[in-house]
Design a protein around this ligand. Structure first.
Ligand SMILES: Nc1ncnc2c1ncn2[C@@H]1O[C@H](COP(=O)(O)OP(=O)(O)OP(=O)(O)O)[C@@H](O)[C@H]1O
Length: 262
């Protein structure tokens, strides 16, 4: 995997808010077909990093190369074409509460590729089935659904434009352990079936051990380590030691190996 050219290549990234430097000398790659877990303490800049890559925040310095092109050098039009190859699932506020699920998922297809409403809603129902929602969920609104179903619907919307790279910001936050485990399995299935590459911000150790090919640790304003879990676990750093060798990590490590084939 690491022999391929990265789909996303970040070099010397700087993000700051006033005097508060969030990222400095940050380098990171996302390779085709991998699920990259991004972890770090609260406030270490995981969401700011995600937002910088998907074009919601302009970094203060450094380069973000996406599909071989430097985002900072592109015209707005060219950049938004590239960004259409991304699917993003945000932690909060992913769906419009006044629209039913098929309308929610159809919306990006109508807005971005100009599909007719009937075509878009047909494809939306296909996406909703893809993420494992029952047929009758298409006509329900988010308020009528469980947390796990809402996450799946939000994932269907992130998949609306057939993205090549999926960005997930804490997708299992707020789910019970069974719902979270189901979501992890869905993510693996979709990655394998659709050939997606996934940038996954998570605090969930079970998700990390079940789904991720590599893990990047954000600490001290940069990526401290980015490698396979068994390598990162053994990096000599206080945060990494606490995170990967605490009781929760030990519990998460046990039941999941071996991983599903990729
Ligand atoms: N729009 C903003 N204005 C000012 N400061 C911001 C802004 N967005 C983020 N920050 C700051 O940047 C830092 C990194 O925030 P970020 O949300 O990326 O952290 P995180 O690693 O995702 O944290 P968590 O795990 O708690 O979600 C925090 O100190 C935050 O307060």
């Amino acid at each position: 995997m690491s022999h391929d050219y990265p789909l996303i290549r970040i070099r010397d990234l700087v993000n700051r808010f006033g005097d508060h430097v969030v990222h400095e000398h940050l380098d990171l790659d996302l390779y085709p077909g991998e699920i990259l877990g991004v972890v770090g303490g609260s406030g270490s800049g995981k969401s700011v990093l995600l937002r910088s890559i998907v074009g919601l925040r302009r970094p203060n310095a450094g380069s973000i190369e996406v599909f071989g092109e430097d985002l900072q050098q592109l015209s707005d039009q060219r950049r938004s074409r590239l960004e259409r190859r991304f699917g993003v699932l945000f932690q909060r506020g992913a769906l419009f509460s006044s629209l039913n699920l098929q309308e929610n998922v159809a919306l990006p297809m109508i807005e971005h590729i100009g599909l007719k409403r009937s075509e878009a809603e047909f494809l939306a129902r296909v996406k909703l089935a893809l993420v494992g929602l029952p047929v009758n969920a298409a006509l329900q609104t988010p308020a009528e659904l469980s947390g796990g179903m809402i996450k799946r619907a939000a994932l269907a919307r992130a998949l609306a434009l057939d993205p090549e790279v999926l960005f997930l910001d804490e997708p299992t936050a707020g789910l019970d352990p069974i719902g979270a485990a189901d979501f992890d399995q869905l993510l693996l299935t979709l990655r394998n079936a659709l050939g997606l590459s996934v940038f996954l911000v998570t605090h969930d150790l079970d998700t990390l051990y079940t789904t991720c090919d590599r893990v990047a640790v954000l600490s001290q304003r940069h990526v401290l380590a980015a490698d396979r879990l068994e390598v990162v676990e053994n990096v000599d750093d206080p945060w990494i030691r606490d995170y990967f060798n605490g009781p929760r990590a030990r519990a998460a490590r046990q039941p999941h190996r071996p991983l599903e084939e990729s």
